[in-house]
Write a protein that binds this ligand. Sequence first.
Ligand code: 13P
Ligand code: SF4
Length: 301
Amino acid sequence: RMSLTKKIQRVNQLKIERNAVILAHNYQIPKIFHTVADIVGDSLALAREAEKIDADVIVVAGVHFMAETTKLLNPDKTVLIPDLKAGCSLAESITAEDVMGLRKKYPGIPIITYVNTSAAVKAASDICCTSGNAKKVVEALGVPRVIMIPDEYLAQNVAKQTNVEILTWKGHCEVHERFTPQEIKQLKAEYPEAAILVHPESPPKVIEAADFSGSTAEMSDFIKQKRSDEVILLTECSMSDNLAVIHPDIKFIRVCNLCPHMQRITLDNILTSLEENKYEITIDPSIADKARLSIKRMLEI
Ligand code: 13P
Ligand code: SF4
C-alpha cells in the first residue's frame, strides 16, 4: 500500500502532467483540504473561482451538484468527480418536473433555486442562489413574492430578514436538519464561553438559539477575525477540523455531524480519478444553456 506522502506526491504529480486543478469544498477532510486542494471555499466561492480556472482538467472534491456547476461554467474542460454517488439530500428532494408544477401553480412568480440541485432543476428555474447570497438574490429580483427551492429552512431563515414573501419546498439537508435548539441550550450550559455557529440550512429555531449563522465561508471569516477564542461549529465536522489546523490559538469544541456524501471523496479516489479520468461529468445539451443562465444570473448579482 502507498504511504500518505506518496499518495499526495502522486496526486500532485498527476496535476502537473494533466494540467489539472482540484477544487475542494470546506466540508472536505483535512487530508484533502490541506494537501492536494488548489482552490477551497464555500459553494459561492467555488462557483466564482470555477469561472476563472485555467486548466484542462478540474477534479471536484465535493458533491455532484458542485461538479455539475463547475462543468456548466467550464463546458470545454474535463470535469471529474471521484465518486458519482456523492449526492445531496437537498438535490434529491426535487426534480425538474416538480419545478414545472410550481410554475403552473404560481404563474409569473420567479423561481430561485439553491445551488444544491441538479442541472435539470437549475434549467427549470430562473436564477440560483447559495447560502452566502440568498437574501441578496431574493431582493435583487425586485418583486414582492418569490419561490425559493428546495431548502425549506434556508427559505424560512431568509424570509425573516426581508419583506419579500417567500414560498418554498419541503427539502432539507440531512446534516443540518438534525441540530436542535435543546442541544444548543445544553451546549451553552456546558461551554458558556463558546460561540455557537450554525448554517442557514438549519431549522429557524436553531438559528435563533445560536450566536451566529452563515455560509461556510462566513463561518471561516468569523474564525479568521478571531471574534471568539472558543467556538462550536455546529455543522459538518470537517469545517472545524480544517479551521482547527490553521488556528491553534482558538479552542474548537467538536460537536458536529458528518455528511455521508462529502465523506465519499477520499485521497484514494481523487488519485484514481486523475489516473483513470473518472468520473467525467456531462450535462444533457438540452438543459445546459438554461442551467448555465441561472448560475450566470446569480454570479452577476
Ligand atoms: P456553503 O458552503 O455554500 O455554505 O454550503 C454548505 C453546504 O451544505 C454545501 O453542501
Ligand atoms: Fe447536501 Fe447537506 Fe451534505 Fe451539503 S451537507 S452536501 S447540503 S446533505
